[in-house]
Design a binder for this molecule. Structure first.
Ligand code: ADP
Ligand code: ADP
Length: 232
């Protein structure tokens, strides 16, 4: 589904160049839950920004479903982001003036999907995430955990290929972190979501099926759940 091929990323100009990514290679198969771990400054955010098309690579290629991101024009890129990529945010980014149901279905409605199909998809996702009963409520009427589930349902319904999560538990206490990671696990296991999560937190990474370790912009180790690490 995702192919990261020998990418490099440089910041700065001639005399002051930072190499943020150095020949990074990996593939993500459909249905995977992959974590990318590394210390601060190791290149995690840069990598995620390149994959999410917010930033461009200096060399190498990123393909999503066989399409090279670099080959897309401005408009295609916007469409690509909207239709192929989902994001799990720390702050839930729910719109206060819309109901939970409208929040979850917003991207579909904006894409002119017919209302009945939107409703079916929203209700199915809400059911799987245990929030079917709060669909008519507004964000101010629901709990923090319910907001997290609403945001995750919204990320799921558009049928995007890949869910990207940047330090999703970074600002959460341990109970909230566990909640969110369990939701992400359910999205991966029960709803077929492919997840790429960037984190410096070993507890968060322990929920992933595979972990890549970044150091100084390079992938230096890979761990499959239940196996010992192997150097790459
Ligand atoms: P992480 O997310 O793992 O903390 P980053 O991807 O933010 O790492 O940073 C990787 C390297 O690139 C660091 O040395 C950082 O200082 C540098 N860097 C990141 N963004 C920029 C930028 N916009 N301009 C210059 N250097 C940057
Ligand atoms: P529930 O009762 O559904 O579990 P809670 O209100 O207890 O929901 O919230 C679950 C977790 O979500 C809490 O531990 C809290 O830290 C976290 N949380 C609540 N509001 C926010 C917010 N605005 N941003 C980030 N996390 C939040």
């Amino acid at each position: 589904m995702l192919q990261v091929q020998n990418i490099e990323k440089y910041y700065g100009s001639k005399n002051n160049v930072t190499k943020a990514l150095d020949r990074v290679n990996f593939d993500v198969e459909a249905g995977e839950f992959l974590a990318i771990m590394g210390a601060s400054g190791s290149g995690k955010t840069t990598l995620l920004n390149c994959i999410s098309t917010i930033d461009t690579v200096s060399a190498g290629k990123i393909l999503l479903d066989g399409v090279s991101i670099a080959d897309l024009g401005e408009e295609e890129l916007a469409k690509f982001r909207r239709e192929r990529l989902g994001f799990v945010f720390q702050d839930f980014n729910l719109l206060d003036t819309l109901t939970v149901e409208e929040n979850i279905g917003l991207a579909l409605s904006l894409n002119h999907m017919d209302p009945k199909t939107v409703q079916d998809r929203v209700r199915s996702a809400a059911g799987k995430l245990g929030i079917a009963d709060i669909l008519p409520k507004f964000p101010y009427q629901i709990s923090g955990g319910q907001k997290q589930r609403t945001a995750c349902a919204r990320a799921m319904v558009a049928g995007q290929s890949l869910l990207l999560a940047d330090e999703p538990t970074g600002a959460l206490d341990s109970k909230a972190s566990k909640n969110l990671l369990e939701i992400m696990t359910a999205m991966n296991r029960d709803m077929g979501a492919t997840i790429l999560m960037v984190t410096h937190d070993a507890y968060s990474a322990s929920y992933a099926k595979r972990v890549l370790f970044l150091k100084d912009g390079r992938v230096f180790n890979e761990l499959l759940r239940g196996e010992r690490g192997r150097s790459v």
